[in-house]
Design a protein around this ligand. Structure first.
Ligand code: C2E
Ligand code: MG
Ligand code: MG
Length: 714
């Protein structure tokens, strides 16, 4: 590097600038510099000038060089290489560059050496100061941080204290062995103790027999660390013995390693809320009129009985319904009706008081007594007898004396074999039986009878569709002259060709058809079918065609349209009226009003024959029949049965009755048909008694129309 020319100044300004530029380059080369290149150079120019002035000062001081060293550190030029370079360059090239004219002065060399030392000392002192101040800053922040944490702890402790002592909720802390460490005032107040007294207690002393099931198991799991919290509604007894209901939440606090440390309990007094709930629950489960448990509570209790029942346990109940209550209500008014129900309700609960049976009002005038004593049917019947007696004593309400009775359906069955729903259904069915059997009595559930009932109603429900599908058929049974054995008539007997049950006799469904009214439509079909068959025989066999005898049910004969129906059947099929006979029972002839059917004359006027069926089973007066247009009586089977002809056991009374009946009938110009003739002897005796015709297995069973046709063809 060529030495610059000295100028007449106290130092060479271009030399100083060049020296500073070289210094700046070196510094930037050595390490990171937090200044721009221009800033670095400006700083180093000023430091170079300071060094130059110090060197030339009339009285020498190394102090400015020390400040140069410090300035380097303050400018963050703290890399060790920076100091090395700065000190070395100061010795090697400062003089020839910056003060070229006086470079040989030994005095200046000495001064350079001092400056070198001072730069180094200033640099390192500044560096040390900086480290100290940094450490101090760190220490100060550490102290500040610790203060803040301690303050926060103190704050939180104070807050906790405030919450603990001032809380309206009770808070208590207990060890895992149950000893109470601390409780707040609210906790102590809630249970009527002082805080000091409670600190002497163990939580187990607060246990009570009525505590919710499983509650203490929960607590045990908690203190064993198997769970972290538990919440229950618990009843406590205060020191004075009164009861307080609480909402209790217990949490487990653990050591850092997870071991259970203590428990914290928070309890809230919910006595008022609980009592309100209880009141509402009572209202929801009791009948407001009688105060008895309502159906909801009954079913809840019944459900409980089923749930708890062992395999052998039986469940019994009496289902009670007042007889004719609606009439009382309608005639005496609802107020009296209500009071009657109140009296009955009290009597029912009184009559089983002490037995512990639940008496509930199911609604309206229906009550139920749950007989869950395990004594079986005997118990239930005994309860039913008590209930009937209780109800039947006269009731006085508002100057009125009322005679009340009730019907009771009793069900008693093994709990394992039924459900609450089935039990109630059975009770309902049985109650219906008791009513049907005449009221004021009890009936016991009989599964077989119930099954038969169900089958019967299923059958009844199917009847109309069966008629539409053409499932009914007619069989015909010969009615034979006892004089010459000829088949003078046939009786049409209906059968149901049931798709699943096979061929059903009329005993299975005629009654149902009468109850449901379907008999009118079914009877019309029978009539028309019988006329059609008879007309086809007449076409084929002419003169020898038998009369066709068709049964008319009472309800059918009572039907205003009966004459029209019969006339239409004849007209439609073309059968002459004299080939049709209608059979009516004595009761059908007399009609529901107790007067002979008006239609009888009109029917007779059509030209057909009328017969009294099952004659002798009713109470009709033969002489009375004289005034009616009757042509024939059919002697009921039981009379004929008595005519067996086997001398030893023969009961001649039946024979004498038949004899008298036949004579009387003949006197009235009625012909007589004997039914159910089963033996030759019977046929013979009946012929001897001058019976006109006979019908029964002896002459041939009921058979399909084709068989009759074949018999006619013979
Ligand atoms: P019913 O009119 O007295 O008919 C005679 C019944 O006696 C028939 O029973 C017949 O099968 C039965 N029988 C025949 N031979 C003998 C015998 O030797 N000994 C005995 N003990 N009985 C014999 P079925 O067919 O079961 O009819 C029963 C009842 O059903 C009839 O009694 C009748 O009242 C009614 N019925 C049948 N078909 C009809 C009908 O189309 N309409 C109406 N309304 N009732 C009908
Ligand atoms: Mg008949
Ligand atoms: Mg008969």
């Amino acid at each position: 590097m060529p030495a610059p020319e000295p100028v007449g100044d106290d130092f060479s300004r271009p030399g100083a600038t060049a020296y500073a530029a070289e210094w700046a380059r070196a510094v930037r080369r050595i390490g990171f510099v937090p200044l721009s290149a221009a800033e670095t150079e400006r700083l180093l120019v000023s430091l170079t000038e300071r060094l130059a002035r110090a060197l030339r000062a009339p009285t020498f001081s190394a102090r400015p060089a020390e400040e140069v060293g410090r300035a380097l550190v303050e400018a963050h030029l703290t890399e060790p290489g920076v100091l090395d370079w700065s000190v070395q360059a100061l010795g090697d090239r400062f003089l020839p560059w910056v003060l070229p004219a006086r470079e040989d002065l030994p005095e200046l060399r000495e001064r350079i050496a001092s400056l070198q030392g001072a730069v180094a000392a200033g640099f390192s002192r500044a560096l040390r100061d900086r480290v100290f101040s940094q450490q101090e800053r760190i220490a100060r922040s550490a102290w500040q941080a610790r203060d803040a944490v301690e303050q926060a702890l103190r704050d939180s402790e104070a807050r906790f204290r405030a919450v603990f002592t001032g809380a309206a909720i009770g808070i208590g802390i207990a060890g895992v062995d149950g000893h109470i460490i601390e409780v707040n005032q609210s906790f102590a107040d809630m249970l009527g103790y002082t805080v000091a007294e409670m600190r002497q207690m163990n939580v187990s002393a607060l246990a009570h027999a009525d505590d919710a099931a499983g509650m203490w198991e929960l607590y045990q799991e908690l203190v064993e660390g198997k769970r972290d919290s538990a919440r229950v509604e618990k009843r406590y007894y205060r020191k004075d013995g009164s009861v307080v209901w609480t909402d209790l939440a217990v949490s487990l606090i653990r050591y850092d390693d997870g071991r259970p440390r203590f428990t914290v309990a928070m309890i809230e007094d919910i006595t008022q809320r609980y009592e309100l709930q209880q009141r509402l629950r009572f209202q929801a489960l009791h009948d407001p009129l009688t105060g008895l448990p309502n159906r909801t509570l009954f079913f809840e209790t019944l459900g409980g009985v089923f749930a708890a029942a062992g395999p052998e346990q039986r469940v019994g109940l009496c289902f009670i319904d007042l007889d004719g209550f609606k009439a009382v209500n309608d005639s005496l008014g609802h107020d009296l009706g209500d009071r009657l129900l109140q009296v009955i309700a009290r009597r029912l609960s009184d009559c089983v008081a002490g037995r512990g049976h639940l008496v509930a009002r199911m609604g309206g005038d229906e009550f139920v007594i749950l007989v869950d004593s395990g004594g079986g049917l005997d118990d239930a019947v005994e309860v039913a007898e008590l209930a009937l007696a209780a109800v039947s004593a006269p009731v006085h309400v508002a100057d009125q004396q009322l005679a009340v009775s009730a019907s009771i359906g009793i069900v008693d069955c093994p709990a394992a074999e039924t459900s609450a729903g089935e039990l109630m259904k059975a009770a309902d069915t049985t109650l219906y039986w008791a009513k049907a059997e005449g009221r004021g009595r009890w009936a016991v559930y009989d599964p077989e009878r119930s099954a038969a009932d169900i089958a019967r109603s299923a059958l009844a429900a199917n009847l109309p569709a069966a008629l539409d599908r053409g499932e009914f058929v007619l069989h015909y049974q010969p009615i034979v002259s006892l004089l010459d054995g000829s088949m003078v008539a046939v009786e049409a007997l209906v059968r149901w060709q049931h798709p699943e049950l096979g061929l059903l006799g009329p005993d299975r469904f005629i009654g149902l058809a009468e109850e449901t009214g379907l008999i009118v439509r079914l009877g019309a079909w029978v009539l028309r079918q019988a006329c059609r068959d008879a007309e086809s025989w007449r076409r084929a066999f002419g003169e020898s065609t038998p009369v066709v005898s068709v049964n008319l049910a009472a309800r059918q004969a009572d039907d205003p349209a009966i004459v029209e129906t019969v006339a239409e059947a004849l007209q439609h099929t073309g059968l002459p009226a004299e080939l049709l006979q209608l059979e009516l029972t004595e009761s059908a002839v007399m009609g529901s009003a107790g007067e002979p059917l008006r239609a009888l004359h009109q029917l007779a006027d059509l030209g057909l024959r009328l017969a009294i069926d099952d004659f002798g089973t009713g109470y009709s007066n033969l002489a009375y029949l004289r005034r009616l247009p009757i042509h024939c009586v059919k002697l009921a089977g039981p009379f004929v049965e008595g005519i067996r002809g086997d001398g030893a056991v023969a009961d001649h009374r039946d024979e004498r009755i038949v004899d008298a009946l036949v004579r009387l009938a003949h006197a009235l110009e009625l012909s007589v048909t004997a039914e159910a003739v089963e033996t030759e002897v019977q046929a013979e005796r009946l012929r001897a008694l001058r019976c006109d015709t006979g019908q029964g297995r002896w002459f041939g069973p009921p058979m399909p129309a084709d068989d009759i046709r074949a018999r006619l063809a013979d």
